[in-house]
Design a protein around this ligand. Structure first.
Ligand SMILES: Cc1cc2nc3c(=O)[nH]c(=O)nc-3n(C[C@H](O)[C@H](O)[C@H](O)COP(=O)(O)OP(=O)(O)OC[C@H]3O[C@@H](n4cnc5c(N)ncnc54)[C@H](O)[C@@H]3O)c2cc1C
Length: 543
């Protein structure tokens, strides 16, 4: 069994583990990240994708959290404009809504005041006629007031996570996906290392570390169980579900935030990659987080509430591509606490109080504030283990680059949105091999070079890694049905797969879609997990 030595071992490659890795590795600590599935495949892939202060957290008295989150929003808008974009939100208030107009107005004013140096405009209000002109799809029936305010969207939280990981890697971090931690070695009251295995190859390994960070999101308690000791439960997760709908160009051009009629919960409809996201629910959930799926009533609830606010669009089950769900890794609250009232603030738990030193757990946190959280964790680590041992960082291999000007303008634009300043690294693959300049599916702008780059620079090992988390091909349109086989072909060449393995990888992709999502649009025709006739594959590849 191979053993390697690190300063810091991070369990979990979601956004919090990734941002922590970036901050820790930047300080010079020898860092290992272990992710049991793929990077960003947990809660990070199941959010509303907002980079926001969280207007509703003002209601729970979390003004500091809102202020910090708004500062993070401004920084992300400035530093990662290709991933994080400003978004205009319309907030209509109707007769019978739980929050009256004066209450909303006060909340919006406070929201603006908490971000005094922001670049986006302050909130404003609409008359009924102005609203009809600005966003005709919103109902004005029984309308009492309507407001416009500004927040932001990260179109791919998965890619934001990959960017933090790329930073960590540039500082010398060792990143392993599909690597599950089975056991945390505790000796003399101190965490000393981990046993883990590669889920795809079965290979077992051991790594020793001076400090272990449990960044396992909703799996935090399961990871604590891997110490083999009785540890206090930390997570009281709540499930949130969303729908991805295709309104064929007729949906609202702006995001909408309304109060659900049935329970008063905030409900978002946000434009996203030519589709719309409707969310969310908030249900206590103690299931294994990997198995979490939207219940039928959640799907019906989201459709009904969206259809009420956007009545002219005929939102029905037939518009829904799929439902996705995730578990919010929230701090365990007492029984009887309303789900929406559980704090979204993150907590860093030091398990020395439970007689396991050098083991800390991250509980909670948001996409928006992951970078700040990572820096706080890195500072806490420095206090515990002191300065890193002096070492040289092995230089990363030179990456070839090419200007992308030879690609069609729409491909160049697409690559800029996905990779920002890294476009030349991706374009180099297409410059060297013209077959990689071709789109991997007629429904998407993504090209073969992205698959090659995902494999060689971003740790992609399965077709789902590429289509669901390095790109958004599997999350929109035909959910990657047409792209799966061409993607597998490119991966097979780079990873030395046999023909059988290549075919299996496509079947595994469809099985993963069924595992992660409730696929509602049967016309997409994602083959059932157990049945994958060759004709289906051929047809899918040719679409
Ligand atoms: C419905 C919903 C909506 C949300 N909306 C927003 C929003 O709009 N804006 C916002 O800022 N935040 C939002 N959030 C919050 C945000 O998504 C999460 O707080 C954040 O993604 C948590 O990231 P994480 O890295 O802690 O957890 P995760 O992303 O779950 O990562 C933990 C990782 O640990 C891995 N792991 C577990 N056990 C092991 C093991 N034994 N070995 C190795 N790896 C392991 C898992 O596979 C997983 O990938 C939302 C959350 C939900 C659920």
């Amino acid at each position: 069994m191979a053993t390697a030595n690190y300063d810091v071992i991070i369990i979990g490659g979601g956004i919090n583990g990734a941002a922590t890795a970036a901050a820790v590795a930047a300080r010079g600590y020898r860092t290992l990240v272990l992710e049991q599935d793929d990077f960003a495949s947990g809660t990070t892939s199941a959010s509303t994708k907002l980079i926001h202060g969280g207007l509703r957290y003002l209601e729970t008295g979390d003004a500091r959290l809102v202020h910090e989150s708004l500062q993070s929003r401004e920084r992300l808008l400035r530093e990662r404009p290709h991933l994080v974009r400003p978004m205009e939100f319309i907030l209509p208030v109707y007769d019978g809504d739980p929050r009256p107009p004066w209450y909303i107005r006060t909340g919006l004013a406070l929201y603006d005041l908490l971000s005094p140096r922001k670049v986006s405009p302050w909130h404003s209000s609409f008359s009924e006629r102005e609203l009809q002109r600005f966003e005709p799809s919103i109902s004005t029936d029984h309308l009492r007031a309507a407001y416009l305010y500004h927040d932001a969207q990260v179109w791919s939280p998965e890619r934001l996570t990959l960017e933090y990981l790329a930073q960590a890697r540039a500082s010398g971090a060792d990143l392993r996906n599909h690597a599950a931690v089975d056991y945390i070695i505790v000796d003399g009251g101190r965490a000393r290392g981990v046993d883990f295995h590669d889920v795809l190859t079965g290979r077992r390994s051991t790594a020793s570390g001076r400090l272990i960070v449990n960044a396992a999101g909703p799996w935090v308690d399961a990871v604590l169980d891997a110490t083999g000791r009785e540890m206090r439960r930390r997570i009281g997760g709540t499930r949130g579900s969303h729908l991805v709908v295709n309104l064929e160009g007729r949906g609202p051009r702006h995001a909408v935030l309304a109060s659900a009629r049935s329970d008063g919960r905030p409900m978002f409809v946000t434009p996203w990659l030519g589709h719309h996201i409707i969310g969310t629910t908030d249900v206590r959930d103690d299931e294994e987080p990997s198995d979490v799926r939207a219940a039928g009533w959640e799907i019906d609830y989201l459709i009904a509430e969206a259809a009420r606010v956007l009545p002219g669009l005929g939102i029905e089950h037939r518009n829904v591509l799929y439902a996705y769900s995730g578990v919010r890794p929230l701090a365990r609250a007492g029984e009887g606490v309303f789900e929406g009232a559980i704090s979204r603030r993150s907590i860093l738990v030091d398990h020395a109080s439970e007689r396991v030193e050098r083991l800390v757990s991250i509980v909670g946190g948001k996409l928006t504030t992951a970078e700040e959280l990572g820096r706080k964790v890195a500072a806490a680590i420095s206090q515990q283990i002191g300065r890193p041992r002096a070492r040289g960082i092995a230089a990363l291999p030179e990456t070839p680059t090419s200007r992308a000007v030879f690609l069609p303008p729409e491909t160049q634009e697409h690559l800029r949105m996905v990779y920002g300043p890294r476009v030349p690294e991706v374009a180099a693959y297409a410059a060297n091999d013209s077959s990689l300049a071709q789109a991997i599916s007629p429904l998407h702008r993504d090209i073969g070079a992205q698959v090659a780059y995902a494999v060689e620079h971003e740790g992609a090992r399965t077709v789902a890694d590429v289509l669901l988390r390095r790109t958004a091909v599997g999350l929109t349109g035909d959910m990657g049905r047409g792209a799966a086989a061409p993607t597998a072909d490119i991966m097979a060449k780079r990873l030395g797969w046999s023909e059988d393995l290549r075919d299996q990888s496509v079947r595994d992709y469809f099985a993963e879609l069924h595992r992660r999502f409730v696929i509602i649009d049967s016309e997409i025709g994602i083959p059932a997990a157990e049945r994958m006739p060759d004709e289906d594959l051929a047809e899918g590849g040719a679409r």
